[in-house]
Design a protein around this ligand. Sequence first.
Ligand SMILES: Cc1ncc(COP(=O)(O)O)c(C=O)c1O
Length: 488
Amino acid sequence: MSRIIKTINREVIKKTVQRCREKNVIIPTFAQMRDPETIPGPVRSRLKGVGLWDVNPVNLFRITWKNDIATGLYGGVNCLEIPREITGIKARVIGLVGKYFPTGAHKVGAAFGCLVPRLVSGEFDPTVHKAVWPSTGNYCRGGAFDSVIMGCTPIAILPEEMSKERFEWLKEIGAEVIATKGCESNVKEIYDKCHELRRDPQNMIFNQFEEFGNPIWHYNVTGPAIQEVFDGLNRLNGSKLQAAAYISATGSAGTIAAGDYPRTLHPHIRVIATEAQQCPTLFMNGFGGHRIEGIGDKHVPWVHNVRNTDAVAAIDDEDCMRILRLFNEKDGREYLKTLKVPKETIEKLPLMGVSSICNLLAAVKAAKYYELGEDDVIFTIFTDSAEMYGSRLQELAKERGAYDGTQALRDFEGPLAHQGQDWFRELNYRDRKQVHNLKYYTWVEQQGKSYEEIQEQWDPEYWRALFEDEVGYFDRLIGEFNQEVGIN
Ligand SMILES: Cc1ncc(COP(=O)(O)O)c(C=O)c1O
C-alpha cells in the first residue's frame, strides 16, 4: 500500500495523457534521474540545442545531478571540492552543485517528486487544477518550471522580501505570483495563504514541508549521487577515505533526507542540519528573521526524519553575507590568490549561493568539533549559486561601500579561519525526541496531522518504507503513463 498514492483515477489520467501528447511530454523515472545513462537515445537527441533553462518538456530529463554543461548531455555528478587553503581544516569538503539543474537550483527535483506521483495517478488534473507552490526559496521556482513544461498552471507563493531575481523569473515563465508579508522565516503567513487558496477546489497545494515526494526524491536521487562521488574519490585514494559527515541547511528538510541514503552504507556518517543563528529552531526552539534564503522556517517540517539528525550547527547570517562578498568581489578573489587557492577553484566559487556558504561554514564547524582528519570526507550541497544573489551583492556594496583587500582579509580571518565550535550541538536520543515532539504543535494541533502518525514517525521503519518502497511504484506508474502517451 502506498502512503502517498491513495487512488488511481483512470478518467483523469486519460485527460492528462492527452495533454502530455499534445505538449510532447515524456516523464523521466526516478531511476533515470539517478542514472541518466539509461535515458533512451531519442530523448537524448531531443536535448541537443535545448538550453538548460529553456521551458521545454525535454528538460525534465535534466532534473539530475549529472548534466554535462559542455555537451548538453550527461557526465559525472556535478560537484566542487573546497580546498584546505579556504577551509583551514584537514577534512575534505565536497559540495554537489545545484546550479546545473534547470532553474539554477536543485529544488526543481523536489518539486518534481511532489507533483509527478499525483499527476500519473490522476489525483492532479492539469485540465482543472492549478498547482500551488508555497515556498521561501527555490521550490516555487522549480515547481513553476515543472508545472509549465508539463502543461499545468502554477501559482507561486513566496515572501515579499525574497530576492528580486526570483520574482522576475517567475513572472517571465508565466506563473501566477503571490507575495506574502515578511521575509525568509515568515512561513506561517504562507500557510495562512494556502488555507485561503485551499477553499477553491481548483487549487491543489504542494506543500514541500509535508509532501513526502520531496525527501523521497532526495533519498533516491541525491543520496546515490553522494555515494557515487565518494566511490570515485575513494578509488583515487587507495580506499582509505571515510564518509564522515553530510551537512544540509534545512528549509523543508527534503535535502537532508539524502543523508539517510549514505547512512545505509556508512552507519557512522554524521547527518548534520544547519540553520541561521538568527533563527535557531532545531538548535534551541529559536525564531527570528535572517538572510539565508531558502532555509530556517521557524518550525520542524513534517517530512524531517529527526531521529536521523546527529547534530545541528547554527551559522551567523552575517558570516554568510561576508563570505558571499569575499568569493564574488574582485578584491576578495585577489586576496584568495595570495592564500594560494588554486585559480580553477576561485573561478568556481560563484557556484555557491548564500545557503551553500552556510553549509560550507557548518562543515568547518563540524570538522573542528569532531576533530576530523585528512581521510575524512564531508559532503554537502551547493543548492544554488551566487547568480541568484546579484541584487544582494549590490545592496551590500551600497550599504557598506566598495570592497577592498583589507575587508577581504577581515572576512577570511573572522567567518572562515575562526569559525569555531560554538553554536554546534550534538543531539543525543532525548534531544532528538525533543525536536521531533516540536512537530506536534505545528502539524497535529494546527495542520491536521494525526496523533498516531506523529508517533509512527519515531519508528525508523516508517522512514525506510517511505524512502525505499514508494519509488518503485512511482516509476511503474510513470512507465505506464509514458506508454499511454506513446511518444519517444
Ligand atoms: C537556496 C536554498 N538552500 C537550501 C534550501 C533548503 O532545502 P530543503 O528545503 O530541502 O531543506 C532551499 C530550499 O528551498 C533553498 O532554496
